[in-house]
Write a protein that binds this ligand. Sequence first.
Ligand SMILES: *Cc1c(COP(=O)(O)O)cnc(C)c1O
Ligand SMILES: [Zn+2]
Length: 373
Amino acid sequence: MNNLICQHCKKTHPLNEKIWQCTACKGFLKINFKPKFPLNKIKQRKPTLWRYREAIPLDHDKNIVSFAEGFTPLLPITINKKTVFIKQEQLFPTGSFKDRGTTVLMSKIKELGIKQVIEDSSGNAGSSIAAYAAKAGITAHIYVPEHASPGKLVQIQAYSAKLHKIKGSREDTAAVAMKAAEKIFYASHRYNPWFFQGTKTFAFEVTEQLGWKVPDAIILPVGNGSLLLGTYIGFQELLDAHIISKLPKFIAVQAENCSPLYDAFKKNLNTTTKITKKDTLAEGIATADPIRGTELLMIIRETKGTVIIVSEQEIKQAWQDMAKQGYYIEPTSAAGTAGVKKYVSKSKNNEIIVSAFTGHGLKTTSTIQSFFK
Ligand SMILES: *Cc1c(COP(=O)(O)O)cnc(C)c1O
Ligand SMILES: [Zn+2]
């Protein structure tokens, strides 16, 4: 039975209802759908994330909003003398992995006949929604904190989205957007379940690129966890389909200056509490209050993973190490790499480790410039 199910009160809703949270209790919605993986067909298709078409619950191909994105290279990179596979998610059309979620979310929005959406973000999710809305002919209202990277703000406006700059913190921006979402459909990478139907393809691609083998560990920079949560869904689906026989360990990396997940993990708590954060170079993961903290903690514990924190100095060092190897990444992504560096110094030699460069450096020149002063 295909439907939306509330993770909290368990009420079910029709799959194509125009909602993004449970109408009874405001709980998160999960998509109930049985994916299929016809491996022989998949192999012959173009290298985009839409090659897993039978695993994406969209009714009609004509609604696909796509720039032929995905199937990003999985490159072996040496970190601390060990080889780690790093997925080049900075190569997506708008410069971050957010396009993975957005192509599916925006396609569904088009299918539902919705003409206007809102989104709030520190920049990359906003740029992504703005680009795909432009392609689909949908109006996007994007809410951002006024201190977001100028490169990201320009990009959002360039796609002709309506940019709303909000004074105060990322959390203040979220509150204003939430109010606006009472009237306009919320294309949220944090709340909307369709977004995760896109980010889950990260797991499919990694598995296919490793020869339909599951890695031992997935290490990702985590703010709200939209990539980590999607990746978990993806691996779970591959496990249910008997394509893989175990889940990888999920390892989240946070900046020491903003680490609600780490704090809760260390204290053995089942849920995160809102923290007071300090400024960090890793603006893309500067989330003081991850709304899906409970789910994230559950996944990390269930898979015997962990949470790693990295200092500002370690982020900068990791950024420089990668730049020296020819990778121009967003400092947020370098936080992930700094976490990988810490992890491999203690890991077993034969482990297959996968991480990601989540965003491109070109948008964050203003931050990167400060490394050379
Ligand atoms: C959004 C983003 C992240 C973190 O994603 P979450 O969904 O908040 O965990 C990491 N890196 C970059 C470049 C991002 O844009
Ligand atoms: Zn509910």
